[in-house]
Write a protein that binds this ligand. Structure first.
Ligand code: ADP
Ligand code: MG
Length: 656
């Protein structure tokens, strides 16, 4: 429904504009973030410091004293046969209308009340449970409350929830729930309203997801798996696969052999060995007669994959497609003519001018950096493409299946044996002075060091160490050791050159922003210093220090911070005490919520308003089951309408 129907003043229209609310439906979905309960108690039950609300009769005119910019206004009222002295600060304009007033304030004992607020409404209007809305500057609660009240009066929402489900859980009627969530008539009703709306939210999300998953199940040709060749490949590896790696390989082979296009997420901590799993999958695809593509988020990472895959898959023709090689046309021709069997690159892999001969498998490394659309685009490059996504931001299994409900998930939980891990220290000072000797000792022993900063250049707005200035100030101090600088504003060529210099040990100490975060493998680097560690998420810090756990030596990581905030220090100490990515991710989730960690839209993270992915796992399970049932039985009269509505919404939001 159009907002015009509300007949708003210009000022209120502007408020809705500011909040991004475009329809009456959206306004009614602007839910309160908390509630206040106003109970009117008789005077004899008051205790000192109680917050009290009461309707009183005025006994005297307000008199105001001003002192500087401040003011104090006083008057007398009668409540419950008791004469009370009211004080209210900084309301010099208070004018009395009639002889009644409602006061909300703090009882100071004796006959004194410090008022926080007042109104000339009926006391009946002020008591009960009051919704409090999230606000921006210059917007008043009363504005939102009034607009929502009006919205509720003129708008009736169509309830599409199948009746059988509504009855099964005795869910509240939709319009009643909308009214109760904004204007609760009792705690019990409010609870029921939230349950109803939350149920709708989850049900809609998981129905859409299930619909998506089903529509993704386009049939493709089943790939013929050459088990013999794969066994030989695995047998000839310089190490034995961990049982989790083996399980992933088995899952993938099943996907390839299935007559549907499949999507699987492989998640495993940094260093858990996902690359080899990818290599085996690509090999299987090639042996089945299909090309395979591996997409990395950066050129550097693509290059590393190219090199490691060439070492493992000696009898396969592997090419690298980068956005800046001159040989590109030649390589593209090889791809089209099926002379290249495995193709590695960045987004360049799905440019329009790259034509595959027979693409059968696409792998996206560090998938949370790729949007849903990009994934789809790559898949469209072939008829029989299976998709494999690799993520190093592991999340607990139950959560993964709710977030990534549209794909299957395989998890590598155990690390390859012999990992030395990393010692992490928290330094409560944003300076390396105290560890200068350690840093130099590390380089003297022939090892390399990363220094990570949160910013590229100096800015007055945020006070953090920046890579550029730090690099300049260290040039002299670090002599004779060789310094490098790496950040996102450098051009691609310079970035690659610097990273290569670090890989080839022509640089001892690399000052960098988080561009080194993803996947990069420099075994000789064993120390990392992270400035302003409080600026990063736990999972991100864990990913970063994964860079120094690649070789045979134990890594050392220093987290620097100036913060004195107990909670921040507690959060950072999670990293000092644990090197388990799953544990760290779940702590991070508890502290910050999933949106921050996974990047909402990109990962397809559900935009729940009322629902909470962490707290509502049981609730979610129920809704998922119901959603699956609706979609499976969508042709039955009972579910037809819901299905059709969900489908049209999905199309409207462009998510099918
Ligand atoms: P990530 O999961 O972070 O992508 P990689 O695939 O880069 O990790 O693996 C990290 C290192 O572990 C590589 O040097 C790889 O050769 C090695 N590796 C992988 N699997 C095993 C294994 N089963 N046993 C021993 N080392 C392994
Ligand atoms: Mg990797």
């Amino acid at each position: 429904m159009d907002l015009k129907e509300l007949k708003l003043t210009k000022r209120r229209s502007a408020i809705l504009d500011d909040l991004g609310i475009k329809t009456v439906e959206e306004l009614l979905m602007y839910y309160p973030f908390r509630y206040e309960e106003n109970i009117c108690k008789p005077f004899k039950e008051w205790e000192i410091n109680d917050t009290v609300i009461f309707g009183a009769i005025l006994l005297s005119q307000p008199s105001t004293f001003r002192y500087g910019k401040r003011s104090m206004t006083r008057f007398k009222v009668l409540y419950d046969d008791k004469e009370l002295n009211i004080t209210i600060f900084n309301r010099p304009w208070l004018k009395v209308q009639g002889d009644k007033i409602v006061i909300k304030g703090k009882y100071d004992g004796a006959s004194k009340v410090t008022a926080l607020n007042y109104s000339f409404h009926d006391i009946e209007d002020e008591i009960g449970i009051k919704a409090i809305y999230p606000l921006k500057e210059n917007i008043r609660q009363s504005d939102i409350q009034a607009m929502i009240k009006k919205g509720l009066e003129i708008y009736r929402s169509e309830d599409i929830l199948p009746l059988s489900l509504k009855n099964k859980y005795q869910l509240m009627d939709l319009n009643e729930a909308l009214k109760e969530i904004h204007l609760p008539s009792s705690k019990d009703k409010l609870k029921k309203a939230i349950t109803r709306l939350k149920y709708d939210e989850f049900l809609r999300f998981y129905s859409t997801l299930k619909m998506l998953k089903d529509s993704n199940e386009t049939s493709s040709k089943a790939k013929k798996i050459d088990l013999n060749a794969i066994d030989i490949l695995i047998h000839n590896l310089p190490f034995k696969l961990t049982s989790d790696q083996q399980k992933c390989v088995d899952d993938i082979l099943k996907d390839l052999a299935s007559p549907y296009m499949t999507t699987r997420l492989i998640q495993g901590d940094v260093g858990s060995g996902k690359t080899i799993v990818a290599a085996i999958a690509l090999y299987a695809s090639v042996k089945a007669g299909y090309q395979g593509a591996l997409m990395a988020p950066t050129e550097i990472l693509a290059k590393q994959h190219y090199q490691s895959l060439k070492a493992i898959l000696k009898d396969i023709n592997i090419v690298m497609l980068s956005s800046d090689t001159k040989k590109d046309t030649e390589i593209k021709k090889m791809i089209e003519d099926n002379k290249a069997q495995i193709i590695i690159g960045t987004h360049a892999l799905f440019s329009d001018d790259v034509i595959y001969h027979n693409l059968g498998l696409v792998i996206a490394d560090e998938q949370h950096r790729f949007g849903v659309k990009q994934r789809r685009k790559l898949k469209e490059k072939g008829q029989d493409v299976d998709l494999l996504l690799m993520s190093a931001t592991p999340i607990p299994r139950t959560l993964a299946s709710s977030i990534y409900g549209d794909m299957d998930v395989s998890t590598i939980e155990t690390m390859p044996i012999g990992r030395k891990g990393c010692d992490t220290y928290l330094l409560k000072s944003n300076s390396i002075v105290s560890i200068m000797d350690e840093i130099k000792k590390t380089m003297a022993s022939g090892k390399q060091v990363y220094i990570i900063t949160a910013a590229i250049e100096h800015s007055d707005a945020i006070k953090v160490k920046d890579a550029t200035n730090l690099y300049n100030s260290l040039l002299e101090v670090m002599k004779p050791y060789r310094l490098g600088l790496l950040h996102g504003k450098m051009n691609q060529e310079l970035k690659t050159a610097t990273m290569n210099a670090f890989i080839n040990h022509e640089i001892d100490i690399l000052v960098s922003t988080t561009v080194v975060e993803v996947g990069v493998n420099v075994k000789n680097a064993t120390m990392m210093i992270i400035y302003d560690a409080d600026r990063f998420g736990l999972s991100q810090l864990h990913q970063l220090r994964g860079r120094i756990q690649r070789g045979d030596d134990k890594g050392t990581c220093y987290l620097l911070t100036d913060s004195k905030d107990e909670n921040i220090l507690k959060r950072l100490n999670v990293l000092v005490n644990s090197n388990d990515g799953f544990y760290i991710a779940s702590e991070d989730l508890k502290l910050r919520g999933p949106g921050d960690i996974l990047g909402t839209r990109q990962s397809g993270l559900p935009p729940f308003i009322l629902g909470d992915l962490i707290a509502d796992t049981k609730f979610i399970e129920v809704c998922k089951k119901d959603a699956n049932e609706i979609i499976e039985r969508s042709s039955e009269v009972e579910f037809q309408n819901y299905y059709a509505k969900i489908k049209s919404l999905a199309i409207l939001n462009n998510i099918d």
